[in-house]
Design a protein around this ligand. Structure first.
Ligand code: ADP
Ligand code: MG
Length: 238
């Protein structure tokens, strides 16, 4: 299960309200993409869902349980950032194994889980290397591996591909779509790349200054934007 429900979620920093009462339901196994201009609140929303930021008001509900006061590690969520910090002195194996070592799982279980993740991400031949030996795309896959090894119900991606060049981004788009199909997990993916949003999303959420401007399937938003803001962002330019 990985169903997420946001009810009137708000966030203020001091007197500055950044998220202004967001309502959203994300279904189990859905791939939802958040788009919107820089500063509209995409990262803040993800950070609240992950538990890295408190909510100022409203409810965050995962699989029927209100999780606002639950610590991040108990929410069944993994977050992958744009600037993936790998441990340079550790092998790929140890980088992926790290969250399991923190949980003190037995060595055999760790080997099994890291092996399975390496297979999914095609890193089996790289497990003994250090991150410095890898390409940008491979490093990003190690970061994803570290996120999926704990088998979260919900994945949050905050512009994970924006540091990669265009060709690699295209490859990673395909890989992430495949990963979504393999894991059948719920994924929320932030990007400002329209192509990523259009090709990867089951549904797109367009954010504008802390409010949802529109939610819908890619083609629905493309052909029937509800306002000029959405039209300007992903609408049909004609
Ligand atoms: P996005 O990810 O869509 O670019 P953010 O969620 O990072 O936007 O930021 C939304 C707004 O909240 C911005 O105006 C940003 O300056 C502000 N903001 C984000 N984090 C903080 C913080 N810790 N303190 C004060 N303001 C913040
Ligand atoms: Mg951001």
């Amino acid at each position: 299960m990985g169903q997420l429900f946001l009810n009137k979620v708000r966030k203020s920093f001091g007197h500055f309200e950044v998220i202004k009462g967001v309502n959203l339901e994300v279904n189990d196994g859905e791939f939802v993409v958040f788009v919107g201009p820089s500063g509209c609140g995409k990262s803040t929303l993800l950070r609240m869902i992950a538990g890295l930021d408190d909510t100022t008001d409203g409810d965050l509900v995962i699989d029927g349980e209100r999780v606002n006061d639950k610590p991040p590690v108990e929410r069944g969520i993994a977050m992958v950032f744009q600037s993936y910090a790998l441990y340079p002195h550790m092998s790929v194996f140890e980088n992926i194994a790290f969250p399991l070592r923190v949980e003190k799982l037995p060595e055999e279980t760790i080997r099994q889980k890291v092996g399975a993740v390496a297979k999914i991400l095609q890193l089996e031949q790289r497990l003994q290397q250090r991150p410095g030996m890898l390409s940008g795309g491979q490093r990003q896959r190690v970061a994803i591996g570290r996120a999926i090894v704990r088998e979260p119900k919900i994945f949050l991606f905050d512009e994970p591909l924006s540091n990669l060049d265009a060709a690699l981004r295209a490859d990673m788009r395909i890989e992430l779509t495949k990963l979504h199909r393999d894991l059948q997990a719920t994924m929320i993916y932030v990007t400002h790349d329209q192509i990523e949003a259009m090709t990867m999303a089951d549904r797109i959420v367009v954010l504008n200054a802390g409010n949802i401007a529109q939610v819908g399937a890619p083609l629905e938003l493309y052909h029937k934007p509800q306002n000029t803001f959405v039209a300007g962002f992903i609408g049909n330019p004609k």
